[in-house]
Unconditional design. Structure first.
Length: 274
């Protein structure tokens, strides 16, 4: 024990190079878009929360919410704090996407990012810019694989369109890593983080993971199906979807109200039993 005390008393952290640590948060929402026809359900789009950087580096560029880890907090606490400070959005939970530690990923120096996914239901969104963000907006997301095998990430907000071009670097444990060919105007390596987060989200949605988090406590089966289709960018036969989702949901005594068509029954996620 005395040997350990002697070792620690002589140990100096400053003798060793240390990186700075940040948290970056990929905040997704599935939002409804008015179809313009009361007889039809609203279309849905996958949206991503971005902030416009108010300072250097990458001043005025769009980026993920995030910031530096403080000595008195965990990386998860840092992620929650940063997204609230910069956007006023309060995530209920976080899903780890992974570490991004390439030596030259940040022009300020050796900085490692811990990336997280957070899901916000549309009814809870009240975003506004703050802290070192000069603006915060929801961008519609389109992520497709091109004929040459590369990937196009397109983010759109009003007249602003960001197009990043990526290639697949590796795939393991159900997660894909990317390399950036063109950042499309996104700051740092955030195009790579977003692409990785999207593959995590799509992989989970295929098995009905995460999709409930995009909706309020009660929902219609059509709303739930729309969420899965929107995330995965596919169409699913309603009968097949309802057969597969049946073990995971339960009916309530409630119905939709105020719709222009026949009220639909509301469901909720079935509680897990041990």
């Amino acid at each position: 024990m005395s040997d350990e005390k002697d070792f620690l008393s002589a140990y100096r952290q400053d003798d060793y190079p240390r990186p700075s640590v940040t948290a970056d948060i990929v905040v997704f929402m599935v939002r409804a878009e008015d179809s313009g026809n009361y007889r039809r359900d609203s279309r849905t789009k996958l949206s991503l929360l971005l902030i416009r950087r108010g300072g250097h580096p990458f001043k005025d560029c769009w980026a993920l919410p995030g910031g530096f880890l403080n000595p008195d907090e965990t990386i998860e606490q840092c992620a929650l704090r940063e997204v609230q400070e910069e956007t006023a959005v309060k995530p209920a939970s976080l899903l780890s996407v992974g570490l991004f530690s390439e030596p030259n990923r940040d022009p300020r120096g050796w900085i490692i990012s811990n990336a997280f996914v957070s899901i916000i239901s549309e009814e809870k969104v009240r975003q506004q810019s703050g802290d070192d963000a000069s603006d915060a907006e929801w961008f519609d997301v389109d992520f497709t694989q091109e004929d040459d095998g590369g990937y196009m990430l397109t983010l759109t907000y009003r007249d602003v369109t960001l197009r990043a071009v990526l290639t697949e670097e590796s795939s393991s444990f159900g997660r894909t890593s990317f390399l950036i060919k063109d950042s499309g105007g996104l700051a740092f390596d955030h195009a790579r983080i977003i692409a990785t987060a999207l593959t995590v989200l799509r992989s989970g949605a295929k098995e009905f993971e995460y999709i409930f988090d995009f909706l309020p406590e009660t929902f219609t089966l059509t709303q739930l199906q729309n969420v899965q289709e929107t995330i995965m960018n596919i169409s699913v036969l309603p009968a097949n979807f309802r057969r597969k989702i049946a073990p995971l949901v339960e009916q309530t005594d409630l119905f939709t109200q105020g719709a222009g068509h026949r009220p639909a029954k509301l469901y909720r996620r079935k509680k897990e039993t041990k």
